[in-house]
Ligand binder design. Structure first.
Ligand SMILES: C[S@@+](CC[C@H](N)C(=O)[O-])C[C@H]1O[C@@H](n2cnc3c(N)ncnc32)[C@H](O)[C@@H]1O
Length: 273
């Protein structure tokens, strides 16, 4: 059995718990295209001054850092120790305080109602029981508090390259590797099933015009490529050709990669907002 097949899906020893994953997520999430989406998603929460916020699946702490820079008292929770180490370094660099907590998004190890708000960003697409996870996170939030859930709808991914059929096959192959490829558009149903009430929606296009520079696409593609090759969806030759077409289109100034990222804000339980 391959290494990938025997690894846990998350937490210690998982593919998230590696320097490679930390480096990929950090560099991709620092890129301008992702930074613009993150800023709009955080805007959904309104004023954060002094609020206690739980960031579930915080990764290397970039979203948590930005919450703290806006005045929130943030607990950054993740199941992968390597991600928490990176979040510690991120907080030190930014001069903000983050409380770090190791825990599973499906059962956060915190008291019921301990937080004014919780955020779950780019995590629920990986969690088999999305409703159970969001219900567990909602319990950590006081009645009337906020739950912000953001995720990608990978079924909307599109690459502006000459071979559109190949781009479609890359999309289908990538979606097949996901627990919930269409997570972004399913969040409102999941939130309602978890007992929350939707109050705002912020759809954002993650739009990339450069397959080689400091962009989400450039930082994530090497890992996506090996995942696609391992899955058998495309051959190494097809993936090499896809990459060459992306670079060719970039050099000609006509590359585009777009995918929709949804942000859904919900109110938890009863009580005053
Ligand atoms: C793509 S990163 C997102 C990081 C961060 N939320 C952001 O948007 O900047 C996904 C993170 O979720 C974490 N994760 C995945 N499944 C988890 C689970 N069941 N419990 C806790 N963390 C989980 C991974 O360790 C990883 O750090």
């Amino acid at each position: 059995m391959s290494d990938a097949a025997t690894r846990p899906a998350h937490g210690p020893g998982s593919a998230w718990d590696t320097p490679e994953a930390v480096g990929r997520v950090e560099s991709a999430y620092r890129a301008d295209d992702v930074t613009r989406v993150r800023s709009a998603q955080i805007d959904l929460l309104g004023s954060l001054d002094g609020l206690r916020v739980l960031d579930v699946g915080a990764g290397p702490g970039i979203f948590a850092r930005d919450l703290a820079l806006r005045g929130a008292r943030v607990t950054a929770m993740d199941s992968a120790p390597a991600m928490l180490e990176a979040a510690r370094a991120e907080a030190a660099r930014a001069g903000v305080e983050l409380e770090l907590l190791q825990g599973d998004a499906s059962a956060p190890p915190v008291e019921d109602g301990a937080f004014d708000a919780a955020v779950v960003v780019q995590v629920v697409e990986y969690v088999p029981d999305a409703v159970g996870c969001l219900a567990a996170v909602a319990r950590a939030v006081r009645p009337g508090g906020s739950l912000l859930v953001c995720d990608t709808d990978w079924t909307t991914a599109a690459w502006g390259i000459a071979d559109t059929a190949l781009a479609e096959r890359v999309k289908a192959g990538w979606c097949a590797t996901k627990e919930h490829p269409d997570a972004g558009r399913r969040i409102p149903d999941w939130l309602e099933a978890a007992g929350c009430r939707i109050v705002a929606w912020e759809p954002r296009l993650l739009a990339v015009a450069d397959a080689a520079g400091d962009t989400f696409h450039a930082h994530t593609w090497p890992s996506y490529r090996s995942t696609l090759e391992r899955s058998g969806a495309l051959t190494a030759t097809e993936l090499e050709r896809f990459q060459a077409l992306c670079l060719e289109a970039t050099a000609a100034g006509r590359f585009s990669f777009t995918v929709v990222r949804h942000g859904w804000l919900a109110r938890v339980g009863g009580g005053a907002p």
